[in-house]
Ligand binder design. Sequence first.
Ligand SMILES: Nc1nc2c(c(=O)[nH]1)N[C@H]1C(S)=C(S)[C@@H](COP(=O)(O)O)O[C@H]1N2
Ligand SMILES: [Mo]
Length: 419
Amino acid sequence: MTSVPPSEAVYDRLRLGQWSRGRARSAGIDRRDLLKLVAAASVAAPLVPAAASPARAAQSLAGVVKPLPPELFTIRGTNAETNFAALRDTGLLTPADRFFVRNHTSTPVLDPDSWKLTVWGSGLTGAPADFTYEALRALPSVTRTAFVECAGNGRSFFTTQQNQPVGGTAWTLGAIGTARWRGVRLADVLRRAGIGRHAVDVLPRGLDAEVVSDGTNLGRVRRPLPVAKALDDVLLAYEMNGEPLPPDHGAPVRLIVPSWVGIANIKWVGDIEVSAEPLLSPWNTGLYRLFGPGYPPEGSAPLSRQTLKSAFELAQGATFTAHRGHLLTGRSWSGGAPVRSVEVSTDGGGTWRPARLRDEPRAGSWVRWTAHWVPAAVGPAVLLARATDRSGRTQPATTAHNTQGYLFDAVVRHPVTVV
Ligand SMILES: Nc1nc2c(c(=O)[nH]1)N[C@H]1C(S)=C(S)[C@@H](COP(=O)(O)O)O[C@H]1N2
Ligand SMILES: [Mo]
């Protein structure tokens, strides 16, 4: 991607080399178990089928605290996908009641008064440092609008549009939400804790349960961040859209890592290791790299930025009346650069016209857009939306296959019916 700053690209190349030569340290897991994970990642497992969710008034999921009404969410395993149609009457920000939930296990309910954050490790110049919730709230705060999007968002289209097998949660396009986050800069906390010039990686870890996958205990959810990103624009957030973080979204404190893959945004953070040597965890080795015929056996470099996508705020198979004017609405976003323009097709991709952008495009956020449509003929129709970002990238017709179905960026075909 052209817009990735050199520091990130250099980091990725470096880590990848260190990993292949066995020079980076496995944090909290056996090197052998990591190797098993990498081997498994090069083979596509079948998609996790969505749990059957019969239409009932209130849908809920063990492990998720908030209600998940079927008009707002589709349940997929331990996760809840936002129905894009439910965003039509929302503004730029996604209300917490309809923000997608991605849980490896389940939401822990933590008491902010007994919670603390411990910063420790060989990358500090001194002893570990603890921060209570109160101490964090007393530090200078910053506010920023950012999306959180799962790296596997759009994964199911590898199968339905490209006929390719991929493993993981079968998301359509609703594993994304945008919120206004308030918190403290991770950089401020790391400096107060005494981060040294020799620090290279920062490893935040969640307080949710350990993750067991195919009989291997992967430990608690954790993923190293390069120091350059950690000291740049990362937040330790305690508020979402002006309210304290809700339990499902990481209360009392989570990371917000703007424009990066969702997994970087560790929820329920309890400790942060600052390391003088490179760190590996399952979430930057077997998971969250690209595997498959086009990639090296150890996978691509760990994923960092999200890609470019567009979605209509419509249910699958929505109906439209012929010869009437309709306002199509949707959103586009990119982790690479602000969105520059969006085009819409209502004839299956034959002709395209510009959509009208309703927001000033900003890095790390999405833009809402609209397009008018007067369907001419009764019958099935296919709507498409295609975004271009300021790095000059346009959504392609297809995405190169990877076994775990990450970073799907191709134009999605949205079937509707004209009556
Ligand atoms: N501690 C912890 N942090 C986590 C996760 C998790 O399961 N545990 N899931 C990650 C993934 S894969 C994603 S996509 C985002 C989802 O954030 P959300 O549930 O607030 O939408 O959180 C990330 N942070
Ligand atoms: Mo994710």
